[in-house]
Design a protein around this ligand. Sequence first.
Ligand SMILES: C[S@@+](CC[C@H](N)C(=O)[O-])C[C@H]1O[C@@H](n2cnc3c(N)ncnc32)[C@H](O)[C@@H]1O
Length: 373
Amino acid sequence: MPDLPSHPSNPTNSTPTSSSSTNTPATMTPPPPKRQKRDEYRKHAAEAASAKPDGETTAIAHVKLPKKKFYRQRAHANPFSDHQLNYPVTPAHMDWASHFPAFVNPDPAQTNLIGTRKLLKDVEVVDIGCGFGGLLVGLAGLLPETLMVGMEIRVSVLDYLTTRIQALRTQQQQKAQSQSQSQPASSTSTPAPTTDADADADTPSEAAPAIPDPTANTALVPGGYQNITAIRSNTMKFFPNFFKKQQLSKIFICFPDPHFKARKHKARIISETLNAEYAYALRPGGLLYTITDVEEYHHWILRHFRDESTVEDEANGAGTVKELFERVSEEELEKDDCVKVMMEATEEGKKVTRNKGNKYVAVFRRKQDPEWA
Ligand SMILES: C[S@@+](CC[C@H](N)C(=O)[O-])C[C@H]1O[C@@H](n2cnc3c(N)ncnc32)[C@H](O)[C@@H]1O
């Protein structure tokens, strides 16, 4: 039997993007046992993650985080294939309310172009190719009032992250409820021992992170993870469908797929065309963060944005999208906690740390539009 989360089924408030299914029509060959086991696990994990505290907290078993081993998928999805993806016709058609129920505008008249409720504020941080969500989970408590979305093309990975976020929200609600029942005056930051129940058994032990591991079930996290969500999308094709002009304050691109061969470079998530889309969605002063462990890709990134230290780029950038960006100094990055999260909390970042690899960071600030714009 799979190691299922020990929570009774309670499929209320299920998250909108979950895609796994165990339904097999009678006429079809049943799936092989491994897949069946995986699908069963995912179904139970999603249901358990959505359990609502109901005033009988003591009767509710502790909600566990999903295990990655049941959500594995081959490393690369082809961004040029036709995936079955849902995307809004324009940003004004996007249903954000189902992703951020805690931030829905209480005025029922405040609806968007498809009739779903508007939020009290816009999403303003995006993690492109978010993978298993380490960055989002790490940033959630750091920026509790900022709405953040991860975009991920791989369906199983997105499934994992959706369940993970839902489980974290539920854990936080349960924790808040039990704390208010037992110790009304307790602080939101009181650390409690980490429980094994929350450890992802699939993750090898990691070097001690410079920042606390937010998935360790130690305390109430500011915002209770209500400010993060994930969406399945191919950002190479649909990024502008989700975000209006100057909506975003931060874009993260962490450990993008390197696509080493020259003939595959067109699949890279950083290019002149895509950077123009990022520039459109970023507000002046907004930041685009990048990190990679591939030195050649780091130089590709520097070449595709404006690196003020490179005289050659100064000349090449004139009149192009490069003119819309300037590189942020090392001194500024040292003070930026988001950089620490990017280096230590992403799953790829942890892997690179374990393998003692290098991490190359470059952050670019969106400048004001120049005269020609
Ligand atoms: C190497 S992983 C990095 C994951 C995560 N950012 C991290 O640092 O742990 C790159 C991720 O980008 C996703 N990805 C690649 N191309 C994408 C695209 N066009 N749209 C959305 N996600 C994409 C991949 O599926 C993969 O999960």
